[in-house]
Write a protein that binds this ligand. Structure first.
Ligand SMILES: Cc1cc2nc3c(=O)[nH]c(=O)nc-3n(C[C@H](O)[C@H](O)[C@H](O)COP(=O)(O)OP(=O)(O)OC[C@H]3O[C@@H](n4cnc5c(N)ncnc54)[C@H](O)[C@@H]3O)c2cc1C
Length: 443
């Protein structure tokens, strides 16, 4: 009997890791990798760093070359969108109308950039999620104008902060606006956010608090092209000292970057058997339904150590979860009739809960922040400046009396690795403080 294919939807970090793990794990049947972007799988973190800066060209972002992909024997469908999934029969629908009955499906469709109403019809207003979007913004920062263009970045989260750093380094006039009073507060808390704010201010970024009320544009061009952005309007200013107080809420702009977060790409999954509230809900094995698994930014799964559903938009999680979902799908298939695609000599794996130590990093100027565990949603944060001149920072994050996350900047790699071990499982707050202190002694 010919095996039905396994389909991986989303041809990026998580999808590629899943496809490779399926082959490594013994899947010899057909393997389809579907991605709606026209490009081979590429790495996203450099988009807001080296690529935006112009230091790297797009080919450096490729996760695999065509030659490296060839041994996987993929049925690679780039520029193809999955538009539906029937969970009971594991049948995918593709945008050309094709229906694909599968032995198993791994969903790795990530997230898409959030935007604001009407923004896509204004020239000079950008988002930054895909390679094409990053190249468009880079073109405007590099050749489209001389340094000194007025860039307003809406959203002071990780992405907004990284783009602000690059644009300042390129000599542009940068305003960073967010609804949070300090940069990256949602991800790392206000204590670390304040330290970041100092860094951005010292580099000449103007920081404002406020929500966008609308855009102003030059009169539309007679040639029918989109009207050009001229200013961003903020809703009734920000707190005193923000610069937006007192009704002065018009920010002149040549360019705008909307960095206001993302939405899980689940709109194509309408099957009532799936819960798509804030990502695709999965169990601890990354299974959303029998034979249907999810990985990466799109997956919200029961983290066994933290005991609640979590979803991360972290690069390392995408790879690790892609591998875990593939392993668990294979383990499930080996016990069912769909085992026809699994090599006979493949080891029969057991499904294993996916329990990573979350990790993310962010590069801004020459500052590298690295965090393990959970830093968002903490009810207690203790941030210590170990060395102001060297900009060495250590912060511990707690929840319900336990330490659950740690963030460091400016620490040597061996110390960072030691932090990971300490925070791998939640520890009582005081015990964690002592162990973190010992792990960083001498810094
Ligand atoms: C600019 C930027 C900078 C970042 N920097 C960092 C960083 O410094 N550190 C860090 O830890 N993380 C960073 N991240 C996050 C990291 O890149 C993501 O966590 C990672 O890319 C997630 O991988 P993924 O495969 O789950 O999803 P994605 O990379 O989002 O890929 C999903 C793919 O699926 C495609 N797709 C969506 N819907 C469909 C459909 N219906 N049919 C077919 N294809 C579909 C999408 O177009 C996309 O190509 C950054 C992200 C961005 C955008």
């Amino acid at each position: 009997m010919t095996a039905r294919p396994i389909a991986v939807v989303g041809a990026s970090a998580a999808g590629l890791a899943a496809a490779e793990a399926l082959r490594r794990g013994g899947w010899r049947g057909p393997l389809t990798l579907i991605g709606d972007e026209p490009h081979l799988p590429y790495d996203r973190p450099p988009l807001s760093k080296q690529l935006l800066h112009g230091a790297w060209e797009p080919d450096r972002l490729l996760l695999r070359t065509e030659e490296q992909l060839a041994p996987l024997g993929l049925d690679l469908r780039l520029g193809t969108r999955a538009t539906g999934l029937d969970v009971a029969t594991r049948t995918l629908t593709l945008d050309g109308g094709e229906r694909l009955g599968c032995a198993g499906v791994i969903i790795a469709t990530g997230v898409g950039a959030r935007t604001l109403p009407g923004a896509d019809r204004i020239a000079g207003v950008h988002t930054l999620r895909t390679l094409d979007e990053a190249l468009a913004l880079r073109g405007r920062l590099a050749h489209g104008g001389t340094p000194g263009r007025r860039l307003v970045i809406v959203g002071n989260g990780v992405l907004g902060c990284e783009a602000a750093a690059v644009a300042r380094e390129l000599g542009h006039d940068v305003t960073l606006v967010g609804i949070e009073p300090t940069p990256m507060a949602a991800a790392v808390g206000t204590e670390v956010g304040e330290l970041l704010a100092e860094e951005h201010r010292a580099r000449g970024v103007r920081l404002l608090t406020g929500a966008v009320d609308g855009f102003e544009t030059a009169p539309a061009d007679p040639d029918g092209s989109d009207p050009q952005i001229t200013a961003v309007r903020l809703a009734s200013g920000g707190p005193p000292g923000s610069g937006a107080a007192g009704g002065s809420s018009r920010l002149p702009a040549d360019l705008v970057l909307l960095a206001i977060g993302s939405r899980p790409a689940v709109e194509w999954l309408a099957d009532p058997a799936l819960d798509t509230t804030d990502g695709l809900r999965c169990d601890e094995y990354c299974a959303a339904a029998p034979g249907i698994y999810a990985a990466g930014d799109v997956a919200r799964w029961d983290h066994p150590v933290h005991g609640r559903p979590l979803r991360f938009e972290h690069r390392m999680n995408a790879t690790e979860q892609g591998m875990a979902a593939a392993r668990n799908l294979l383990a499930e298939l080996t016990t069912t009739a769909d085992a026809t695609g699994v090599a006979e000599d493949a080891p029969a794996p057991e499904r294993r809960p996916f329990a990573p130590v979350p990790y993310f990093w962010s590069d801004q100027y020459d500052l590298k922040l690295q965090a393990y565990g959970l830093t968002a949603g903490a009810d207690r944060v203790e941030a210590t400046v170990l060395d102001r001149a060297e900009r060495r920072v250590l912060a511990l994050y707690g929840r319900d009396g336990h330490a659950v996350g740690v963030l460091a900047a400016g620490l040597p790699p061996r110390r960072i690795r030691a932090l990971r071990a300490v925070i791998a499982t939640p520890l009582p707050w005081e015990e964690a403080r002592e162990r973190i202190g010992a792990a960083t002694a001498g810094d």
